[in-house]
Design a protein around this ligand. Structure first.
Ligand code: C5P
Length: 268
């Protein structure tokens, strides 16, 4: 089992046993990711007022936020700059997919804004172009959207299984020099096994507890936070389970307990 980095957090965590034990094991960290940065909270709302409200409500526990298409269309770089100024890490999830030169120039637009992670789709030339002048920005290659199931792949003319395609794309991403990939938790274990610890694995499609069986939204390849971490994910992208909860902070606390327990398990 790969040993994952963990908690160097300054936030006041709930003093539950798994979180404390995981903190004690921090010396064995590999990627040194604090617990408050394990969950990347997706700010999938339509205006900056709502987004800022979510951040203010959750930032005692969360230090990493995702700005995706919806919020970016509403506020352009306003929200990104606000988050960076507030000391938070930002994943800008615009999933660039265009001819290589356009992607290179798009990366250039976001490179010096303090964004930590950006997402890119595509083949080798597109990924190479994204990596060319990225500076400190880390590039994640999107493998296969977590909303896709096997039938969706068939409908798009793909004959490979999702597992094989994700493994293939992850290998290409690593060989090209990408900093990480986006995949579901279902593929994380195989990626770790085949490609080792270097790639950052960022995993959406997280559904806590019994929500996993419930389904009912557009995500297809879903997993609980603990299982995704145990399978090798470094960060979990979580949106609706937190942003639509009556008590978002409580949901985060439960997920972080699960994450901490999984990290302790992977170290013992
Ligand atoms: O609400 P939910 O937890 O399903 O949010 C998942 C987030 O992760 C969304 O913002 C979505 O755009 C993003 N995402 C994804 N699958 C990918 C890449 C990003 O669901 N492959």
């Amino acid at each position: 089992m790969v040993v994952h980095g963990l908690l160097a957090t300054t936030v006041t965590l709930k003093t539950t046993l798994p979180a404390k034990r995981a903190q004690e094991c921090g010396a064995m960290k590999e990627k040194n990711i604090p617990l408050r940065e394990r969950i990347i909270l997706a700010l999938d709302v339509g205006d900056k007022t709502q987004a800022r409200e979510i951040v203010r409500r959750t930032e005692s526990h969360i230090g990493f936020y995702k700005v995706g298409l919806q919020l970016f269309m509403a506020d352009w770089f306003g929200m990104v700059d606000w988050l960076v100024d507030r000391g938070h890490k930002v994943m800008l999830d615009l999933k660039f997919f265009d001819i290589p030169e356009t992607v290179r120039l798009a990366v250039d637009q976001i490179r010096d804004r303090g964004v930590a992670l950006a997402t890119v789709h595509g083949n080798d030339p597109i990924l190479r172009a994204a990596l060319q002048d990225r500076g400190d920005l880390r590039i994640l290659a999107v493998t296969v959207l977590t909303s896709f199931g096997e039938e969706d792949m068939r409908a798009m003319g793909m004959t490979q299984s999702i597992a094989d395609l994700v493994a293939f794309r992850a290998k290409r991403a690593l060989e090209l020099g990408c900093d990480g990939i986006v995949s579901s938790g279902l593929e994380a274990a195989r990626i770790r096994q085949e490609l080792g610890p270097r790639l950052l694995i960022v995993t959406p499609g997280i559904r806590p507890g019994d929500n996993v069986a419930a389904g009912g939204d557009d995500q297809n390849r879903v997993m609980t936070p603990g299982r995704a971490l145990a399978a090798g994910a470094d960060h979990l992208v979580v949106g609706r389970p937190v942003t639509r909860a009556n008590d978002p902070v409580r949901v985060i606390e439960l997920m972080q307990d699960e994450i901490a327990a999984a990290l302790v398990g992977s170290l013992s």
